[in-house]
Design a protein. Sequence first.
Length: 456
Amino acid sequence: MVRAQRKKRVPKVKKTEEFDKDDPEAYKDMPVPDKRSSQYTRNEVDEFHDDKISKLMARGVQMDSDQEDEDQEEVMPLDLSDSDDDDDEEEEEADMDSDLDRRNDDDELPNDLAWGNKKKMYYDSDYVATKGKSQQEVEEEDQEEEEEAKNIQRRLAADLSEEDYDLNLLQEFAVEEEEEVEKEERIVKDLKQLSQKEKIKLLKKESPELLDLMQDFKAKLAELKDELQPLLKMVNNGQIPPGKGANYLKTKQLVYLNYCTNISFYLVLKAKRVPAHNHPVIERLLTYRNLINEMGEVDARLAPQLRKLLSAERKNKATRKPAGNKRVMLSEEPDTDLDEDAALDFYRKVEERLKLKKKGKTLQAKDGLEDVEDYEEWEEDPNAKRGITYQMAKNKGLTPKRKKINRNPRVKNRERFRRAIIRRKGQVREVCREETRYSGEMSGIRAGVKKSIKLK
C-alpha cells in the first residue's frame, strides 16, 4: 500500500498596500523617533563634518600622549622599524616634533608686552617685596621699574596720532568762535537802529564800570577846578605856609590829574572799540582809586580848615573891583597849555565879540540921537498943537457902564435859552426810559421844595 504524497503548502503572498505620502497609514510601521537621537536632525553633510572633527581631535590627543611618552626616559630604547610604512610614520612624527619644538622655542622667548602668569606680579606690596633685600637691590629694582615705565610711555606716545589729540575738534571750536565774533560785529553795526534806553542797557551789560568812571571823572575835575586850584594858588602866593598841608595839596592834585588822564585814555579806547578788559590801564585806575580812598581820611580831618580858606578867598574876590577883568584874562591866557590853533580860534572869537558890542553901541547911540532931535524940534515949536490923549479921542464923558453881552443880541438870547433849560430841569423832570422797576426816589424828597406848574 502506497502512501499518497502530501501537498506542499505554498505561502500566501501578502498584498502590499500602496498609500499616498500624505496618508498617515503609510508611516504606521515606522518606529517612533527619539528626541535625543541625531538621526532626524542631521543629514549626510553634517555627519561627514562630525566624523572629520572627531578624527582630528583623536589625532591631537594621540600627539599629546606621544609627546608625554617621549618626555619620559626610556630604559632600553629599541628600534624595531622594519617596514617602509614604519619609516614613513617615523619621518612624519619627526617633522611634527620639529614643528612643535620650534613653537616651544618661540614661546620661551620673552615678550615686552607680556605681563606674566604669576599671581605675585599682580598682587604684591613694596613692604613684602623689599623684605629681606639689601638697599642696593631695592634701588636696582626701582630703577628697572622706572625704565620700564618710561619705555611704556614712549610706546604709547609712538602709537598716538593727530586724531587722538582731537585737533579737528579744536578747529571746529575755533570756527564757532569766529562765527560768534562776526555776529557780535554785526550787532555793533546795527547800533544806530537802537533807542537811547536800549543803548544804555547794552552799555551797562558790556562795560558796567564805564558810567561810574565817567561820573567819577566829572566829580574829580570839578573838585580840581573849584577846590584844589584856588588852594594851590594860595600856596604859591604864600597865604598857606609851606609844610605838610601844602605838600598834601600838591600830591592830591598830582593823583587827581593822573587819575583823570587814565580815565580819558580808557574812554579813548572805548571810543575806538578796543577791548580794555585786560589792558594795563585798568590796573592803573585801580591803584589810583585805592590811593584816593586812602586820602579820604586825611580829607575828612582837613575839611573844616579848607572850607574856611575857600570861603575867605571867595569873600575877597567879591569885594575886589571887577575893573581889570579883561586884562587879567588876556594876561592869563598865554600861560595855558592850549595848542596854537585853539589859541587862534579863541582870539578870533574874542575879536568878533568886541566888534558886535561896538556895533550894538553905535546903533543905540543913533536911536538916542533921533529921539533927542525930535524932542528938540518939539521944544523949538511952542505954537504947534499938542497931541490928544486916548480919553480925549474917545470922549465918553459920563456914559454909564454897560454889559459886554448886550453888544450882540444873538449871543445874549443864546445865553438866556441856556439858563432857561437849567431852570426847566429843576421844575419838570426829564423823561427817561425805565430800565429798572421804580423803587422810590433815590435822592430823597425834601418837604420844603414845591414843584408846581404855573397856571396862565
